[in-house]
Design a protein around this ligand. Structure first.
Ligand SMILES: Cc1ncc(COP(=O)(O)O)c(C=O)c1O
Length: 528
């Protein structure tokens, strides 16, 4: 074949490929049946991409705790390792080693006893839901073994059902655990103004068939931390009094990656004797793209041997205790990257900023809305960086939270609306989750849009008094912000003056001509 005909063949192919994209996309591609004919990869990708464009923008999704953005380096590493099956430890031993390192890092962060033979005990999962299932199964198996020993029977001869105690604020995965694995759910209801576990009620529900209590470090509903230390102490008292040794599983889906960095003095983890297992979501404040969860057990004996299977059909003996077998190593590699790259310093800065931004948002929502919004989350106490708020029922508004978030959606913000759990299920709340990429600037834009939506809704529904006060509130806010900015600038000015003053000698030594003048000039510029 001549060179010229080869070139024209190539360009003809390229043209057909290019045209095919448009021709094939216009076909009526079946949605629920496999198409009969092949199409180019370009065409298929184009069809899928154009539909997915209709999804919301993940970065404006304030509903979710799940990470939506990672560094380029992290993403590249994840893509490079997508094709490795973590279950195949014989072939991908290094990926498996990285999983073990992450388990050890988390166990250390959660203060697991350092003397575990063979290292920390835990595994990666698809998310916290799978981790919760594994944690619950370990509690059930442990309880069954104890019952069997007490009754002189084999574990499989125990037919009584065990029970698990938790507040109604739990994530649905805890309810699934109970239903799927035949555990009686003893649910402690919430009350108005109490959206976490009532510890006295929890203790009163404990008996010889209780396999454990689930405590939440950061509830999905309001972001509050349940008082795990008080629960631990109450369970220790119960043990001393009645001989009942009831363990705690901590659902730290979000909180377990916030508390160690921002609230290191809050005791919620393996520092507490009754805490036997902890789950967290790597894809939430672990800062990895989905799906990744973790479960860590206090000691080897807290993961009953009976739950561990050994397989050798991939070439070596492999211990497996996950619900799922095959999975990509990508997110585990991403997690290790984040641990290495950010370290304690990086996680602390990110989590502290998120907590500060949530606090700022909660305060601003309260002050800017003229009493129209009630914030339920306790952002001035150790809690997740999220805000749960409602429209104030005392204002007798002619619009509700659903309309409010619908109008916010028109401005691009995705904010969920949901009801709290029994006995507070008559309260409807909106939730804003503050993640790493939620900056103070985004917070200001969101606040302004919330104010605009409230003004528009109040106007639309004839609440003219509210329109006036919300507009006035903006002026006050504006003034407040200006005076706050002014105060911040003055503080900055003082600091940079001190820095310039402090460095004076060095500056003079380094550059006797001009540098000092330049720094002074920069300082003056900042004041302006
Ligand atoms: C407290 C809590 N537990 C468990 C889960 C389930 O986590 P995952 O989505 O990682 O399965 C969530 C999810 O938001 C949660 O908030």
């Amino acid at each position: 074949m001549s060179l010229s005909s080869h070139v024209s063949d190539q360009s003809a192919k390229a043209t057909i490929g290019h045209l095919a994209r448009f021709v094939e996309v216009s076909h009526d591609t079946p949605k629920h049946k496999m198409p009969e004919r092949t199409m180019t990869g370009q065409a298929a990708a184009s069809i899928i991409r154009s539909e997915l464009r209709l999804d919301g923008n993940p970065n404006l999704n304030l509903a979710s705790f799940v990470t939506t953005e990672v560094d380029r380096e992290c993403l590249d590493l994840m893509i490079e390792n997508l094709n490795k099956n973590l279950a195949d430890t014989s072939q991908y031993g290094h990926s498996s080693e990285i999983q073990d390192r992450c388990v050890n890092i988390l166990a250390d962060l959660f203060h697991a006893p350092p003397d575990n033979e063979g290292g920390a005990v835990g595994t990666a999962t698809i998310g916290s839901s799978e981790a919760i299932m594994l944690g619950g199964l370990a509690l059930k198996w442990r309880w069954r073994a104890q019952q069997a020993a007490r009754q002189g029977k084999k574990p499989e001869e125990i037919t009584t059902r065990c029970n698990l105690i938790f507040s109604a604020a739990v994530h649905v995965s805890v309810l699934k655990l109970c239903r799927y694995f035949d555990i009686d759910a003893r649910i402690i209801p919430l009350e108005h103004n109490r959206y976490t576990l009532d510890i006295d009620q929890a203790i009163s529900q404990c008996d010889e068939n209780s396999c454990g209590v689930v405590a939440i470090l950061g509830t999905t509903l309001t972001g509050e931390f349940e008082d795990i230390k008080r629960l631990n102490n109450a369970l220790l008292k119960l043990k001393a009094k009645k001989g009942l040794d009831i363990p705690i599983h901590v659902d730290g889906a979000s909180g377990a990656m916030v508390a160690p960095f921002v609230f290191p003095d809050v005791e919620w983890d393996f520092r507490l004797e009754q805490v036997r297992s902890i789950n967290t979501s790597g894809h939430k404040y672990g800062l990895v793209l989905p799906g990744l969860g973790w479960i860590i057990w206090r000691r080897k004996e807290d993961l009953p041997e009976d739950l561990i299977f050994h397989v050798n059909y991939l070439g070596v003996d492999e211990a497996t205790f996950n619900l799922n077998f095959s999975r990509s190593a990508a997110s585990i590699i991403g997690q290790y990257y984040q641990f290495l790259c950010l370290g304690v310093e990086g996680y602390t800065r990110i989590m502290q900023l998120a907590v500060d931004n949530a606090k700022y948002l909660a305060e601003s929502l309260t002050s800017m809305s003229e009493g129209l919004l009630i914030v339920h989350s306790q952002n001035d106490k150790p809690s997740l960086p999220m805000i749960a708020f409602s429209l104030n029922p005392a204002k007798s508004l002619k619009f509700n939270e659903t309309t409010f978030v619908h109008w916010l959606r028109e401005r691009g913000w995705i904010v969920p609306v949901y009801t709290l759990a029994a006995n507070a299920s008559d309260i409807t709340v909106c939730r804003i989750v503050v993640r790493e990429n939620f900056t103070r600037n985004i917070a200001s834009m969101l606040l302004e849009d919330i104010r605009l939506v409230l003004v528009a809704l109040a106007d639309h529904h004839g609440h003219q008094d509210l329109v006036a006060s919300l507009k006035a509130a903006r002026d006050d806010q504006h003034q407040h912000r200006r005076s706050k900015q002014h105060a911040e600038r003055v503080a900055q000015m003082i600091q940079s003056n001190q820095e310039v003053g402090g460095n004076h000698g060095d500056v003079k030594k380094a550059d006797k001509t001009g540098k000092e003048k330049k720094d002074k000039h920069r300082t003056v510029h900042t004041i302006c």
